[in-house]
Design a binder for this molecule. Structure first.
Ligand SMILES: NC(=O)c1ccc[n+]([C@@H]2O[C@H](COP(=O)([O-])OP(=O)(O)OC[C@H]3O[C@@H](n4cnc5c(N)ncnc54)[C@H](O)[C@@H]3O)[C@@H](O)[C@H]2O)c1
Length: 327
C-alpha cells in the first residue's frame, strides 16, 4: 500500500510520514514547502508544488497514478486564525480549492481513501466545555469554516462516488515525537512560551479572569506522536465498513494556560513567571475533547500527559537553532 501525504513536510505530517516509513509503507509527499523544509520528509519521495495553484489538478493526478497510491492523508492547509479573518479568500482558495483539487484528482485516479485534518475550530465557542462530535459545528472564523466545509465536501463525495473518509478534529497539538520534528512555528502555547524565554522575555497569559479554577483558559493538549498514530489507525479503519467519519482527537483532560506554563518551568528549570495581558478574541474559557468515539470505533486513545508533552517539546527546542542556555 502506498500512501500520499499532502502537507507531509509540516509539523504533524512529518510525524505521520516517519511512522509510515518506520513500518515500511511506501510514501510520496506533496508539499510546496510554504511552511516547512524538505529534510523533514526523510527518505520519502517529495514532489514540491502548490496543490491550489493553476495546473495543480493534473500534477496531483499524475502523482497518484505514477506512484500507484492507495490512500491520501491531507494535511496541507493554511492555519492561522487571524490571517484567515484578514484574508478569507486566500484561505478558501488554499484550503477549499486545494481540497477540491485533491479529491478531483483522486476520483480521476481511482483512489478512494482519504484522511482529512480537521480541527476543534469547527466547534467555535460551544456551550459545553467537553465537546463530542455531535455538538453542531459553528466555527467563528474563516479558518474553522474551511475545515467544516471540508468535512461536508468529503461527505458529499462519499455519497456520490463512494469515497471512504475520516476527518480527525485535532484539539491542541503539542510536543514532538522526534527531536528533529519539533513545532518550528511560534503559534501555539508551548512554542510561544519557549520563544519568549529564548528572547529573555516573560511568557504572556491572555486573560486570567475566565470562569475557570485559576482564571486562565483550559485546553486539551494532545501529543503529536499520539495524533500521528491516530492517522495510522484511521487508514486501517477505512476498510472496516464503519459508519462514523468524524473523530475528535484529544485526551479528554484539560490543562490551564497557567498549568502549562508551570510545567514548562518545571521541565526546563527556567523562571516562567508570566505577565497577564488582555483576552484574545474568540478564546472560549474551556475546550476539552470527548475522545470516546475514537476509542470506541478504533480502540485508540491519546494518553500522553502534560509533562511528557512539554518534555518532548523542550528536547526538540534544544535540538534546534534557538537553543536556550540553561547554565
Ligand atoms: N497544529 C495544530 O495545532 C492543528 C490543530 C488543528 C488542525 N490542524 C490542521 O492540521 C494540518 C497540519 O497542521 P500542521 O500544524 O502540521 O501545519 P504545517 O503548516 O506545519 O503543515 C502544513 C504543510 O502543508 C504545506 N502546505 C500548505 N499549503 C499548501 C499548498 N497549497 N500546497 C502544498 N502544500 C501546502 C506546508 O508547507 C506544510 O508543510 C492543517 O490542515 C491544520 O489546519 C493543526
Amino acid at each position: 500500500m502506498t500512501v500520499c501525504v499532502i502537507g507531509g513536510a509540516g509539523y504533524i505530517g512529518a510525524h505521520v510520514v516517519r511512522l509510515l516509513r518506520e513500518q515500511g509503507t511506501p510514501v510520496v509527499v506533496i508539499d510546496d514547502l510554504s511552511n516547512s523544509t524538505a529534510e523533514r520528509v526523510g527518505d520519502a519521495t517529495l514532489v514540491q508544488f502548490d496543490i491550489a495553484a493553476d495546473g495543480a489538478l493534473g500534477r496531483i493526478t499524475e502523482v497518484l497514478k505514477n506512484h500507484d497510491v492507495d490512500a491520501v492523508i491531507h494535511f496541507a492547509a493554511k492555519k492561522q486564525v487571524g490571517e484567515s479573518v484578514a484574508e478569507p479568500l486566500f484561505y478558501y482558495q488554499q484550503n477549499i480549492g486545494g481540497l477540491v483539487n485533491v479529491l478531483t484528482a483522486m476520483q480521476a485516479a481511482g483512489v478512494d481513501k482519504m484522511i482529512f485534518s480537521s480541527s476543534a475550530a469547527t466547534y467555535g465557542e460551544p456551550d459545553v466545555a467537553v465537546v463530542s462530535e455531535d455538538v453542531v459545528g459553528n466555527p467563528i472564523n474563516p479558518y474553522g469554516r474551511t475545515k467544516l466545509i471540508g468535512e461536508w465536501i468529503l461527505a458529499d463525495c462519499a455519497r456520490a462516488w463512494g469515497l471512504k473518509w475520516v476527518a480527525l478534529r485535532y484539539f491542541n497539538v503539542a510536543g514532538s515525537g522526534w527531536e528533529d520534528l519539533g513545532d518550528s512555528v511560534v503559534m501555539n502555547l508551548i512554542p510561544m512560551v519557549l520563544d519568549r524565554l529564548a528572547k529573555n522575555e516573560a511568557p504572556r497569559i491572555f486573560g486570567d479572569d475566565y470562569d475557570t479554577p485559576d482564571g486562565t483558559c483550559i485546553r486539551d493538549y494532545v501529543h503529536v506522536r499520539d495524533l500521528a498514530q491516530a492517522h495510522i489507525e484511521s487508514i486501517a479503519a477505512l476498510d472496516t465498513g464503519m459508519t462514523e467519519h468524524i473523530f475528535n482527537v484529544g485526551t479528554g483532560q484539560g490543562s490551564s494556560v497557567k498549568e502549562v506554563i508551570e510545567a514548562i518551568g518545571r521541565v526546563t528549570g527556567l523562571d516562567t513567571t508570566a505577565v497577564v495581558e488582555g483576552h484574545r478574541a474568540g478564546d472560549p474559557p474551556k475546550l476539552i475533547a470527548n475522545a470516546d468515539r475514537l476509542e470506541r470505533t478504533m480502540g485508540f486513545r491519546s494518553t500522553a500527559g502534560l509533562d511528557e508533552i512539554v518534555e518532548s517539546a523542550w528536547k526538540a527546542w534544544q535540538a534546534g537553532p534557538r537553543r536556550i542556555d540553561v547554565g
